[in-house]
Design a protein around this ligand. Structure first.
Ligand code: ARG
Length: 563
């Protein structure tokens, strides 16, 4: 309808493009002011006339159109009252389409998303939970828009810390303990190394020597490192399984270790490399940034060097149109430096194609999370605790439900994901069980509950099947219309979320639809005797159910049919 009105205005004025008109059209705050409003202030400037006059002129010119019942001039505004029958039909038809909400804008284009990327031999903590959840949602959103998305887990699996860990393992570790406690044991060894190195600084030299052996391909060193890595990945995968998330590639920092020499050579021949205290850097003074360290004074490469290698590898391998990096905001400078260096190497595309997507912190105050040894919080424990708490609620309220385990998992995990995505990603996420597990707030469980309610209504209507043979006139009450208007925003919502790299736009939409549905449901009985009314209302329920399901899937959340 908005497109049609845009078209109508465009045909009757001059000086504004269709895109401009489209973006000027507003949805009035009250239904009495019509379904769409077009302000004439912009035109007043070019036409040198009072906006009220312009509005009246346009109204005059438009005359009668079948899809508009009435046009009111209110001050500088043209208020359009859509023909409800046509308007509703358009919205229902669109919502029934297979890929409603999606589009094909991304067809033929590839987006790489670098996310999650925990550090081997360290626990998968709450910060990594955020990058995983946000990255996965961006993957779903861009896929919905037709992009090919490559999901990359850039594991932190290389660096001097592994030399330390090998020293510690050889001195104080034992195989059984590592096999039994995995990452927790490796973290203990790492802490122990630092305690001991305080007293015996020569341990640091030993650690460096072990890392050098790794860099030189020494089998013993690499075998131990690989073992640590395998153990860590097994644990990370348990968390990914719980979340129902996956990657196309686990290509950690170690993958680029034989690709950093080429980067150094490139930088040298571009005259970008400078010596500074024995290290090699790229000076970024001109861009108000600290220098980008490329080689340490012992000649070893670092995090940034491997990130530079990764940019070029990905560009060549996937020919991305964008590469997104989802990490905490503390890495802002790091990415700004890396992207600048890529650009300085003669790659203008770095400016628009390499994008850092930062997010805020997780504050756990009041969450009372159980912790493993050393008071460390594991993402896995948070998820398991959410599931356990939901299971208690189910036992109490609906103990006879089938698939109790599966349902509790979908709700518990979904609640954590939703809590993470509901606010703008740059804001800190607070973690309060009472709030995020509440079935009656702006939460995952609330949206899922609304979905299950739709499912239950439809189950009880025997013989309901979807088709477009509906009498749209019977949906002409305020709440049905408000709900349909809400639902019809879906394509715009997905496009906006992609443009801003902001899953919260989708999360808020899901809540808006759920709220609009519950209002509609309070004022409209669905299972009425009148077959025509029943069918029309049931179709609205059906559309709501599908839209909620698909919006939640974009967040990485599944909706149970019963709860
Ligand atoms: N491993 C890093 C961390 O835990 C995140 C890596 C992000 N990706 C990248 N290409 N640097 O902080």
């Amino acid at each position: 309808m908005k497109n049609k009105i845009t078209e109508l205005i465009a045909n009757n004025i001059e000086g504004l493009s269709k895109d401009e008109i489209f973006s000027l059209i507003e949805i009035p705050p009250k239904p009495e002011l019509g379904d769409f409003a077009f302000p004439c202030f912009r035109l007043a400037k070019t036409m040198h006339k009072a906006p009220q006059m312009i509005a009246s002129d346009i109204k005059e010119k438009i005359g009668d159109v079948d899809f508009i019942d009435r046009i009111d001039v209110q001050g500088a505004y043209l208020n359009f009252f859509a023909n409800k029958n046509i308007y509703i039909k358009n919205m229902v038809d669109a919502a029934l389409e297979e890929n409603f909400g999606g589009s094909t804008v991304g067809n033929g284009k590839t987006i790489c998303i670098d996310y999650s990327s925990p550090n081997v031999a360290k626990n998968f903590h709450v910060g990594h939970l955020r990058t995983t959840i946000i990255g996965n949602s961006l993957y779903k959103i861009f896929s919905k828009l037709g992009y090919k998305v490559v999901r990359i887990n850039h594991l932190g699996d290389w660096g001097t810390q592994f030399g330390k860990l090998i020293v510690a393992y050889k001195a104080w570790g034992n195989e059984d303990a590592v096999k039994k406690d995995g990452v927790a044991e490796l973290m203990k060894l790492y802490v122990k190394f630092h305690e001991e190195a305080e007293k015996k600084p020569e341990l640091n030299d030993e650690a460096r020597a072990w890392f050098n052996r790794m860099e030189n391909g020494d089998q013993e060193a690499l075998d131990i490192w690989q073992w640590f890595k395998d153990i860590s990945i097994v644990e990370y995968k348990r968390t990914y399984d719980l979340l129902g998330m996956d990657f196309d590639y686990y290509l950690g920092e170690s993958f680029y270790r034989d690709k950093t020499d080429a980067i150094v050579a490139k930088l040298k021949s571009a005259n970008l490399l400078m010596e500074s205290d024995g290290a090699n850097i790229v000076n970024l003074d001109d861009y108000d940034m600290a220098p980008c360290l490329i080689l340490k004074n012992d000649g070893s490469s670092i995090y940034a060097t491997r990130d530079l290698a990764a940019v070029f590898y990905r560009k060549e391998t996937y020919d991305f149109s964008k590469c997104l990096y989802v990490t905490g905001q503390e890495q802002k400078l790091h990415f700004a430096q890396v992207f600048k260096v890529v650009e300085l190497l003669g790659n203008e595309w770095a400016k628009d194609e390499l994008i850092h997507i930062p997010y805020g912190l997780v504050s756990l105050e009041g969450a009372k999370l159980s912790t493993r040894s050393g008071n460390i919080i594991y993402a896995e424990d948070i998820l398991l605790e959410a599931v356990a708490k939901i299971k208690d609620i189910i036992e109490e309220k609906n103990p006879d439900i089938e698939d109790k385990e599966e349902t509790a998992k979908k709700i518990g995990v979904g609640a954590v994901i939703f809590n993470d995505l509901y606010n703008q990603r740059i804001k800190d996420v607070s973690f309060k069980w009472e709030k995020l597990l509440n079935f009656d707030g702006e939460t995952g469980p609330y949206v899922q509950y609304t979905y299950a309610r739709c499912a239950s209504i439809l189950r009880k209507l025997d013989g309901f099947c979807v088709d477009t043979d509906i009498d749209y006139n019977v949906l002409d009450d305020g709440d049905a219309l408000a709900l349909l208007k809400e639902i019809s925003r879906f394509p715009k919502v997905v496009a906006d979320a992609a443009e801003k790299y902001e899953p919260s736009v989708v999360a808020r939409f899901a809540v808006d639809v759920a709220q609009a549905f519950n209002k509609f449901y309070n004022s409209n009985r669905i299972n009425v005797d009148d077959e025509v009314v029943r069918k029309a209302r049931a179709t609205v329920v059906y559309i709501t159910k599908n839209t909620i399901k698909n919006a939640m899937l974009l967040l990485g959340i599944e909706c149970p049919e019963r709860m």
